[in-house]
Design a protein around this ligand. Structure first.
Ligand code: PHE
Ligand code: ZN
Length: 878
């Protein structure tokens, strides 16, 4: 077990490495329990480092076999080796080589960090600090080296041998049943981008001709028999490569690009240079096994990892505090790619939904941290929604503020100036300051100040003067370690609409001509009042259009204004926002008064349904009412999930009843015809049809049950089948159990599909679910060692079933606690992430808060916690 480090690591303490490692030659002799690694490092003192410092290399659970310096074996007195450190007090001043032999047990590596096994294959995961589990090294992102990797293995066990870069040579090892492959990556890279794969895998091949005419061989390696399920991923890869050329002028730089799908993986995927390793969930898809959501996820993650080749690999991070430099930027790039491939408006709504679901709660609770943190205990715990998704929002705001042209010129400058280096957020921003001529010092506060700003608005119309005074103010709530907040630069996209829905010209002396022309107000201080002139009647304000900044707006516009916006706003995001705000208003109205008034929302939705053909995906989004998590976040404190759930169900049922015939007609009209295609237009039609089924069933259970049963039986694709099963899961009774049994019988053994079966059951909002989940934990297809299984069953229960997880008898918390403590010794990254399900515990009402606090204290009191889990539990208690 990794030693729980107690020392905090601080950005302020950053120092360059004392040594540089120019080249690394690795030789792996793969064996299930005794893999031998020989590393030959070309070292020299770093002129920027301390010239008298000893050489201290990082390790983690390593078994050292021997060390040689400049070819001579070092006696034990010449170095000091522990499992997690190799120290040489004296080394030559001139460049020298160090040869280090270690022995690894990949089969026993349950953390899935370093060299491990997934099924019978060997694979690696080195970000953030996994390389030190392979050999002693300066395992930090600012040490860049050229890698040559030789892999040797038994031919039958591992006919495929892959590493980073280009293939140089391969052949048999004379006099044995072993063979080898030699790979060389000419691009200097940090150790976290190293990768190796060995195994008996199926492959799909293709090629891509780059913009300068070079032919790149593409390959996706999957489990034998799953090759046909990699076709969509391959298509997405080629589209990503083209898009990065067209949108950012970025060309691929090696002769080959390999992707390997494995079924045991802690995260989504990893951008290792030239050898991306994926959670197979983000590679494998067929109409029969993957939903439209899965297809979109694959497209996005394939693009994300590919885009890292420039934003992450060619330009990497100086230190892990700069993680958002590669992640926020690359998320922004994959979001833009998906927007270009699909519907820009639907993509934006989905991205904002995701941000509010995961990042806003994180930013409002005890785990809140700046997009660029300044201190951490365990870096694995900072691969967060804040670093990724809020990080992407900062890039988006930057583009909004300086405009597309300057943004593109800033990106070009960034690639030009920092290619081949390990950069910082300051380096990045300096390029945009240069390209736009704008001082970005104040804007940079977004990186260092945590918490979601609240923008408060009020409008005052003066009919005599025909003026409309819009008062805008901002306030960021305190977060751990940051009690006083400064105003940030908030780009607020804005439009005013007149009585007949016409867009009004923006005329004012209180804003700059550029602000008025662009409809973009920059709120860069605590408060601004803008008096608009020549306003014929009280206008409706469309603010934060396209969600132009990651802030909360207060208060929501009045209901009649929301209804007007739904009808006239030409910003599709704000039309959708208006439907959500109306739904929230109805739900919270019922919570306060006990009476449900959903007329405004129903009528608005009726109008949308009448025009459903125009943009089915957008209408589907409007019909998707806020979730329990949305409601808990909006409530903010004293959350009682049972009350929120009841109010939400009441609204769904009411909409289902009042729009019954319209929904029925849509469900019939949008029924699938012809073969399944995963494109956005077809997916949008399915989304609309399936959300109508959901709402319809809420209003009329009998009808819902018969429609869902029929759809379940006849569905020609997983999207429709799973949607029907989800509806049946909510309706309960014999039909549900029958459907779950048949689904299992059909897909038994297909792990990714069975994950969906686990998740849907874990999310049934009924008392018996906790028992059901405990039962499923003993199911033959469940495994505590596989992250996808644990997330599908336990993650879905803790994050997607608020009423059961927060049951007042504490049974949901007990379940999570037991699983977290069971998983922790095997896989700390997974246990720590699971426990983050409690990140909003202080917003619960007092009884539940007490129950959770007791569990967190129980966890912290355990002796052998991993550093990862201890860090989350301790910060959660705060
Ligand atoms: N860097 C990976 C990504 O964003 C995520 C990751 C982090 C994967 C750590 C594994 C380990 O694409
Ligand atoms: Zn990434």
């Amino acid at each position: 077990m990794r030693h729980p480090s107690t020392a905090a690591i601080r950005l302020a303490d950053y120092r360059p490495a004392d040594f540089a490692i120019d080249s690394v030659e690795l030789d792996f002799a793969l064996n299930p329990t005794k893999t031998r690694v020989s590393a030959r490092l070309a070292l020299r003192r770093n002129p920027a480092g301390d010239s008298s410092a000893p050489l201290v290399l990082d390790g983690d659970e390593l078994m050292l076999l021997g060390v040689k310096l400049d070819g001579r074996t070092l006696g034990p007195g010449k170095y000091e080796a522990t499992q997690d450190r190799l120290t040489l007090a004296e080394v030559p001043d001139a460049p020298f080589t160090l040869e280090i032999d270690t022995e690894l047990n990949p089969s026993g590596n349950t953390q899935l960090s370093g060299l491990y096994r997934s099924g019978s294959a060997y694979c690696t995961q080195c970000e953030a600090e996994g390389f030190r589990r392979i050999t002693y090294f300066l395992d930090r992102p600012d040490v860049l080296s050229v890698y040559t990797t030789r892999i040797e293995a038994e031919k039958s066990e591992a006919p495929i041998l892959l590493s980073n870069g280009n293939p140089i040579e391969h052949g048999d090892v004379a006099g044995s049943n072993r063979h080898y492959a030699l790979w060389r990556d000419p691009f200097p890279k940090p150790s976290y981008l190293f990768a190796l794969v060995g195994g008996d895998l199926g492959v799909v091949r293709d090629e891509f001709t780059t913009m300068s005419g070079r032919v790149v061989d593409l390959a996706i390696y999957v489990e034998h028999g799953k090759e046909s399920r990699a076709a969509y991923a391959m298509d997405a890869l080629k589209r990503s490569m083209r898009w990065d050329e067209e949108k950012f002028g970025r060309e691929y730089d090696l002769d080959v690009f390999n992707i390997v799908a494995v079924s045991d993986f802690n995260m989504g995927a990893m951008e290792n240079k030239g050898l991306n390793i994926f959670n197979d969930k983000y590679v494998l898809a067929s109409p029969d096994t993957a939903t439209d959501g899965d297809y979109a996820g694959i497209e996005g993650v394939i693009a994300h990892e590919y885009f890292h080749n420039w934003t992450g690999n060619r330009i990497t991070c100086r230190d892990w505090f700069q993680l958002c430099l590669k992640e926020g930027l690359t998320v922004f790039r994959d979001q833009e790619f998906s927007a270009d491939m699909r519907s820009r408006a639907v993509e934006r709504i989905g991205d904002v939904r995701g941000l509010r679901l995961a990042q806003f709660p994180e930013d409002a609770g005890p785990l809140a941290h700046p997009v660029r943190p300044d201190v951490y205990q365990e870096i694995n715990n900072f691969y967060t929604a804040t670093v990724y998704e809020k990080g992407a929002e900062i890039i988006r705001m930057l583009r909004t503020l300086i405009g597309e042209d300057d943004f593109r010129r800033g990106m070009d400058l960034y690639f030009e100036r920092f290619d081949g280096t390990a950069a910082t957020v300051e380096d990045f921003l300096s390029c945009f300051a240069a390209a736009s001529g704008r001082d970005l010092t104040h804007f940079a506060l977004w990186y260092s100040q945590a918490g979601t700003p609240v923008v408060t608005t009020s409008g005052d119309y003066d009919p005599a003067a025909r003026t409309f005074a819009l008062k805008l103010s901002q306030q960021t709530p305190p977060t751990p370690g940051q009690s006083d907040k400064k105003p940030v630069v908030i780009p607020l996209a804005l439009a005013l609409f007149g009585e007949n829905g016409q867009k009004l010209d923006l005329v004012s002396e209180d804003a700059t001509p550029t602000e008025l022309a662009r409809g973009l107000i920059e709120l860069d201080r605590a408060e601004r009042v803008i008096r608009f002139r020549e306003i014929p009647s009280r206008p409706v304000v469309s603010l934060l259009r396209g969600f132009s900044a990651p802030v909360r707006l207060e208060p929501a516009p009045a209901s009649e204004d929301l209804e007007r916006l739904l009808a006239c706003d030409d910003d599709p995001f704000n039309r959708w926002q208006a439907s959500q705000s109306l739904a929230l208003r109805a739900i919270f109205g019922r919570l306060e008064t006990g009476a449900l008034d959903a007329r405004g929302l129903s009528e608005a939705l009726r109008l949308l349904l009448a025009k459903a053909e125009d943009d089915p995906a957008l209408v589907a989004q409007a019909l998707s009412l806020p979730s329990d998590i949305d409601l808990a976040r909006e409530k903010g404190n004293d959350v009682d999930p049972d009350q929120l759930f009841d109010a939400r169900m009441a609204l769904r049922a009411e909409i289902g009843r009042s729009l019954g015939s319209e929904l029925d007609a849509i469900h019939a009209r949008f029924s699938a015809a012809g073969a399944f295609t995963p494109d956005a237009a077809s997916a949008g039609r399915r989304a609309l049809r399936n959300v109508t089924l959901d709402v319809l069933a809420a209003g009329d259970a009998e009808k819902g049950r018969s429609l869902a049963t029929a759809q379940f039986e006849t569905a020609g694709n997983m999207t429709d089948k799973l949607a029907a099963l989800a509806t049946l899961a909510l309706l309960g009774g014999h039909a549900r159990e029958e459907a779950f049994a048949r689904f299992y019988a059909q897909y038994a053994g297909d792990a990714l599909v069975i994950d969906k079966w686990f998740s849907l059951q874990a999310m049934i909002p009924e008392q018996a679910t906790t028992q059901r989940v405990l039962g499923l934990m003993t199911h033959r297809e469940f495994s505590m060692s596989n992250p996808n299984r644990v997330r599908a069953l336990i993650g879905a229960f803790a994050n997607g079933n608020l009423t059961r997880f927060h049951a007042l008898d504490g049974s949901g918390y007990d379940l999570l606690t037991a699983v977290v403590l069971e998983v922790d010794p095997k896989n700390p990254q997974v246990s720590a992430r699971l426990l983050s399900a409690l990140r909003s515990w202080r917003t619960m009402e007092s009884r539940r808060r007490g129950l959770i606090e007791a569990r967190l204290k129980h966890i912290v009191a355990q002796e052998n916690l991993s550093a990862d889990l201890r860090d989350i539990a301790t910060r959660a208690l705060g």
